[in-house]
Write a protein that binds this ligand. Structure first.
Ligand SMILES: NC(=O)c1ccc[n+]([C@@H]2O[C@H](COP(=O)([O-])OP(=O)(O)OC[C@H]3O[C@@H](n4cnc5c(N)ncnc54)[C@H](OP(=O)(O)O)[C@@H]3O)[C@@H](O)[C@H]2O)c1
Length: 233
């Protein structure tokens, strides 16, 4: 069975998903909101995770015991619900090497990495030593449909929310795997000629691939933010 997938992003009024989260308030609101609806798994893009740990040192003591999970920072306890969601990350190139930091975070009960037949064996070995479960689906990239089905079969995942940029969203949308698009619009105009949007792919040449949406929810949030939810038609 395929889980229900919701794409979730913080966007500026001019549709950019970068820079928009640079204010602490906006970032906090994005995460606070995401925990309003409880999902079984958070699907994060490897670039998103990579950017988070970019300035952290690569771990060396790979076989060290699993680190204890931290407590949520004061004021964020209400973001935790049980059972906590899985953190699922497609990383077929084996780029992320500081899982230990993520294992310490309190937000997830377990990390699952999605790999493909192209994932280096040395990376699978590293994940094994780090006690991180992985699923191998697809030849070059991760076969996301098969991965979602396997997450359901193996872990009973019925609902997924993304925490990713437009690249992963784009593949999910094009493969017809998205049920809902949820956006928190920040009262900002970022500008720029072509910034990353929540749906990034090779540039469109015609109207044939436009995805139609149906508005299901509209809410003004904390001052000037707006939360919109759409069903993929
Ligand atoms: N404003 C917001 O709401 C928000 C939220 C999250 C992130 N962001 C920002 O978005 C940026 C990162 O976004 P991004 O678009 O560069 O990357 P991303 O979506 O975070 O990561 C790309 C993902 O797509 C996968 N992928 C690429 N092609 C694929 C294919 N053909 N089949 C299956 N999987 C495929 C990659 O897997 P492999 O590694 O296996 O190739 C990777 O996991 C960061 O700057 C982050 O801060 C913004």
């Amino acid at each position: 069975m395929l889980p229900r997938v919701t794409i979730y992003n913080l966007v500026s009024l001019d549709g950019r998903i970068d820079r928009v989260a640079e204010s602490h308030e906006a970032m906090f609101l994005y995460y606070e909101f995401s925990y309003r609806w409880k999902v079984d798994a958070v699907l994060a893009g490897s670039n998103t995770i990579f950017v988070l740990g970019e300035h952290e040192p690569e771990e060396t003591a790979v076989e060290a015991p699993d680190p204890p999970q931290k407590l949520p920072p004061p004021g964020t306890e209400n973001l935790i619900y049980e059972p906590r969601p899985l953190l699922v990350v497609p990383d077929s190139r084996g780029r992320i090497h500081n899982w230990r930091l993520l294992q310490q975070e309190p937000w997830w009960r377990k990390i699952v990495v999605l790999c493909s037949k192209a994932t280096p064996a040395s990376y699978l070995d590293y994940l094994g030593k780090r006690h991180i479960e992985y699923i191998i689906v697809g030849d070059d990239h991760v076969d996301l449909r098969a991965a979602l089905e396997e997450l359901n079969a193996r872990y009973g995942v019925k609902s997924v929310r993304t925490d990713s940029g437009g690249t992963l969203n784009g593949v999910l949308l094009r493969e017809g795997l998205v049920d809902e698009v949820s956006v928190l619009i920040s009262p900002t105009l970022v500008g720029g000629r072509r910034g990353p949007s929540l749906f990034d792919e090779a540039d469109v040449k015609s109207n044939s691939g436009i995805i139609q949406l149906k508005l299901t929810h509209m809410e003004k949030v904390r001052g000037d933010f707006v939360w919109l939810r759409y069903k993929v038609a």
